[in-house]
Design a protein around this ligand. Structure first.
Ligand code: RFL
Ligand code: PHB
Length: 392
């Protein structure tokens, strides 16, 4: 077994792990990231598309935003569609802020490419990652690469290993508390090299279920439809999926929708999940390892960004002055923002989807809420300020 030391060991090289790694390196802190998958596999996961200013500002602060500035699409509004009625949420006019459409894949690629020049070491294809002595001041990690076992001793371990990773599981049941809501449906997503049907996103509530028209660039579209959680993807050849999108998004969007072969097609289950606390001894959780939101509010990646901003401040303070106050307060500080995004994502999911148990009364509630939103600047402002991201 090889053995080495670092100041901070990060489990997981997704957006949370890479952002945290870069932030800590900027403070001169030694970091090693261990990632189970290969770099190509991480880049192959098609996920988020909407970045809050929290995240774009962070990328600017890191100086890793050249491509984002050149290729990111600023969006200052989106639509909620109820049948044929379109409600425009004028995010820019109501909040003075915008979001940016730029794929998670591209953010991850930019962070990966900047890693070597900034001394951020990422070990890809690290198998059997295990956390040890996380309650002590001397936690350590083990992993296996190319058949050889390695040990990394650190002052802190940061669990940025997503919902299924080992970090959260290293916190004993007696210490942690789980809050969870599993929705009875998923999103079937399609990525295709065709022009988007509209320059803004459309979130639609249709009797057949939810649909979303999104994009990655002026020539690449991303669409989703709500499907039962156990749906067989083989039931959705491209033509059927395009037909269904045309029905759910309504005639106006359908008339401008260009069809094309799927580059990627997958089903993601929807879940709300929070694990408390986000720190145990010398172990911190950040991003999807601690919390999941349904994608309706476009908040998952953005929450990973606010977590790592708080965490890097806390760790930076500790190494600079030995001050552990930030570390002690990390979990409460992060969770305060997490719960507000959980609430927004749950609210928008409940408003825009058809649940198997939706009855006539529930449907009237959705319609009344959408009518209220359509006629109230206050209601539109509440949605807009959550969508652009609450203050840090
Ligand atoms: P990730 O991206 O899951 O990365 C975790 C990393 O940890 C690695 N890992 C391990 N490494 C070592 N050892 C182990 N045993 C390990 N187990 C796992 C994994 O390989 C992986 O590389 O979590 P992270 O970094 O916290 O980032 C979170 C975001 O990925 C997630 O919140 C967003 O994608 C959610 N999300 C959206 N967020 C937004 O802010 N805006 C959006 O528009 C948006 N749209 C979406 C989404 C998520 C979706 N899906 C598929 C769940 C749309 C969809 C469809
Ligand atoms: C996406 O483009 O993948 C996307 C956009 C908005 C969401 C979720 C996903 O709310």
């Amino acid at each position: 077994m090889t053995r080495r030391e670092t100041q901070v060991a990060i489990v997981g090289g997704g957006p949370a792990g890479l952002l945290l790694g870069h932030l800590l390196r900027m403070e001169g802190i030694e970091v090693v990231v261990v990632e189970r998958a290969s770099a190509d596999y991480v880049l192959g996961r098609i996920r988020a598309g909407v970045l809050e200013a929290t995240l774009t500002d962070l990328l600017a602060r890191l100086g890793i935003d050249a491509r984002l500035k050149a290729e990111g699409l600023p969006h200052d509004g989106f639509f909620l569609a109820d049948g044929e009625k379109l409600i425009h949420i004028d995010v820019g006019g109501l909040t003075g802020k915008t979001v940016t459409v730029y794929g998670q894949t591209e953010v991850t690629r930019d962070l990966m490419e900047a890693a070597p020049e900034r001394g951020l070491e990422v070990v890809y294809e690290a198998g059997d990652v295990a956390l040890h002595d996380v309650e002590s001041d001397a936690p350590w990690l083990t992993y296996v690469k190319d058949g050889v076992e390695h040990r990394i001793d650190a002052r802190f371990v940061c669990g940025c290993d997503g919902f299924h990773g080992p970090s959260r599981k290293a916190i004993p049941d007696s210490v942690g508390r789980v809050y969870e809501k599993v929705y009875p449906f998923g999103w079937l997503g399609i990525l295709a090299d065709v022009a988007p049907c509209h320059h803004e996103l459309i979130y639609a509530n249709h009797p057949n279920g939810f649909a979303l028209a999104s994009m990655r660039s002026p020539t690449r579209s991303r669409y989703y439809i709500q499907v039962p959680v156990d749906e067989d993807i083989a039931l959705w050849p491209d033509d059927r999926l395009w037909d269904e999108l045309a029905v759910r998004l309504g005639p106006e969007a359908a008339s401008r929708m260009t069809r094309g072969p799927a580059i990627e097609k997958s089903i993601a289950p929807l879940r709300s999940f929070v694990f408390e606390p986000m720190r145990h001894g010398s172990l911190f959780l950040a991003g999807d390892s601690a919390h999941i939101v349904p994608p309706t509010g476009a908040k998952g990646l953005n929450l990973a960004a606010s977590d790592v901003i708080y965490l890097s401040e806390a760790i930076g303070r500790f190494f600079k002055s030995g001050d552990a106050e930030g570390i002690a307060g990390y979990s409460d500080r992060a969770l305060a923002r997490v719960w507000k995004s959980e609430r927004f994502s749950w609210q928008l999911t409940t408003l825009m989807h058809r649940f198997p148990e939706t009855d006539a009364f529930d449907r009237q509630m959705q319609q009344a809420e959408l009518d209220y939103i359509a006629g109230s600047r206050a209601a539109q402002t509440a949605i807009a300020e959550n969508y652009v991201g609450l203050p840090l």
